[in-house]
Ligand binder design. Structure first.
Ligand SMILES: Nc1nc2c(ncn2[C@@H]2O[C@H](COP(=O)(O)OP(=O)(O)OP(=O)(O)O)[C@@H](O)[C@H]2O)c(=O)[nH]1
Length: 399
């Protein structure tokens, strides 16, 4: 097909075989997902794409493929994760303050997902017994550029790209709401011009053709955007990179759906304080894409996700979250409402000296479990089962 020919979209629930011509969908560009329908049973028909039933934030180009038998083999969490055996939970790292199950007022995005209080006095109902890897001191981070991104959902966000003192990867903050500003980005740099500032994203308001001033270099001008509507903590998601789930349409995990759903919730008009997705480049729970693909082969050979990592001599979860804490602080956040089922994240994001407080944990339930679209696959069910049974994730199977 030549570059000038119309782009094609899949129409039958499956990506086409290599080289086969696709039927053209006239009303949507090729990168736009078909609107989601409620997920069928994976034994019945081909599932729809990963996003919500209302199709508000539907990014994946292909529906999920039909998949095969699960391979999870439950065993005790202590046996599967050696780090669990001797270490007590770190209560000092959790916010002691009990927060109400739901956030009052207009800042509550929707009735779903339900907010759950973070309460360190509840050992299992709260955060389990595992201990996340915490850095003793937070790494230094610097936002080097920010740009406005209009999204295919019709909303917009500001993408912030960070460098840091711990690794040489480009970690990201996806910011919904222009009142959330990066201190390191906004700090003036020696010798820079107004154009330099605008090009690296350190400006107020919006850019437009011919704009000459960043709006931030005069003595009386503060480096702030629009004021937040209320003082409630913003919705925050700490997301680890997943090439397979976010880009390659994998139905082995729900990573792509979670990313889309977080963005959708943060874009709702009711999310008056906006939101932040901290996107960390720790692919495959920190073991990297190549090792994750080996783990997938082991899963097809009968291991579950934890066993596969251990067979490859990796920890069940090799991630850390100090960068997320440092980036959230740079974005001016000391209190957050965290979208997660992972107890490690709640403990870890608060930082070694409790620099940040998680005031509320907002659970993430797969859309298909809620009958709101999404997709189903046997691999994904096995993946979630292992998270719940072996990694202490705060989710009930099929809830
Ligand atoms: N090693 C390994 N990593 C996986 C597998 N499936 C998904 N992942 C990775 O797991 C990570 C998903 O992490 P998150 O989206 O942050 O979610 P989470 O820690 O499971 O917890 P939530 O916040 O509740 O979603 C990504 O880095 C994926 O690449 C797998 O089978 N093996």
């Amino acid at each position: 097909m030549s570059a000038s020919e119309p782009q094609a979209a899949p129409v039958d629930g499956k990506p086409p075989p290599h080289g086969q011509a696709l039927q053209v969908t006239e009303d949507l560009p090729s990168f736009y997902s078909p609107r989601s329908r409620p997920a069928p049973d994976y034994d019945d028909v081909q599932p729809p794409s990963r996003t919500g039933g209302n199709g508000e934030f539907s990014l994946s180009p292909f529906p999920r493929p039909h998949t095969s038998d699960p391979s999870s083999t439950p065993s005790s969490s202590a046996a599967s994760n050696p780090a669990d055996q001797s270490q007590p939970p770190p209560p000092s790292l959790l916010s002691p303050a009990f927060t109400p199950p739901s956030t009052p007022g207009t800042a509550t995005p929707t009735a779903e997902p339900r907010g759950v209080p973070v309460d360190s006095s509840i050992p299992s109902g709260g955060c389990g017994t595992k201990r996340p890897r915490l850095l003793e001191t937070l790494p230094e981070v610097q936002c080097i550029v920010r740009a406005r991104i209009p999204t295919v959902a019709g909303t917009e966000m500001f993408l912030h790209l960070y460098t840091n003192s711990a690794d040489n990867k480009e970690h990201l903050a996806i910011v919904f709401g222009n009142h959330i500003r990066s201190k390191s980005l906004d700090a003036p740099r020696e010798g820079e011009t107004e154009m330099d500032r605008m090009v690296r994203g350190a400006y107020t308001g919006r850019l437009y053709p011919g704009r000459m001033k960043s709006g931030m270099m005069g003595p009386a001008e503060a480096s702030t955007g629009t004021a937040p509507v209320s003082s409630d903590a913003p919705l925050v998601r700490i997301h680890s990179e997943c090439y397979t789930g976010e880009t390659a349409w994998s139905a082995r995990c729900d990573c792509g759906e979670q990313l889309d759903e977080a963005a959708r919730l943060m874009s709702l008009p009711s999310a008056t304080n906006g939101g932040i997705i901290i996107y960390l480049r720790q692919e495959g729970r920190g073991i990297g894409l190549g090792e994750k693909l080996k783990a997938y082969n082991l899963q097809d050979l009968g291991s579950d996700t934890v066993e596969a990592n251990l067979i490859l001599r990796h920890p069940a979860d090799a991630r850390s979250y100090g960068l997320a804490t440092a980036m959230l602080l740079d974005l001016g956040q000391k209190e957050v409402r965290l979208l997660t089922n992972n107890p490690d994240k709640i403990r870890a994001v608060e930082g070694p000296n409790r620099e940040i407080r998680v005031t509320e944990r907002v659970r993430m339930v797969p859309l298909s479990w809620k009958g709101k679209g999404g997709f189903k696959s046997r691999e994904m069910e096995g993946y979630l089962k292992t998270k719940i049974e072996k990694m202490g994730h705060m989710l009930e199977m099929g809830s």
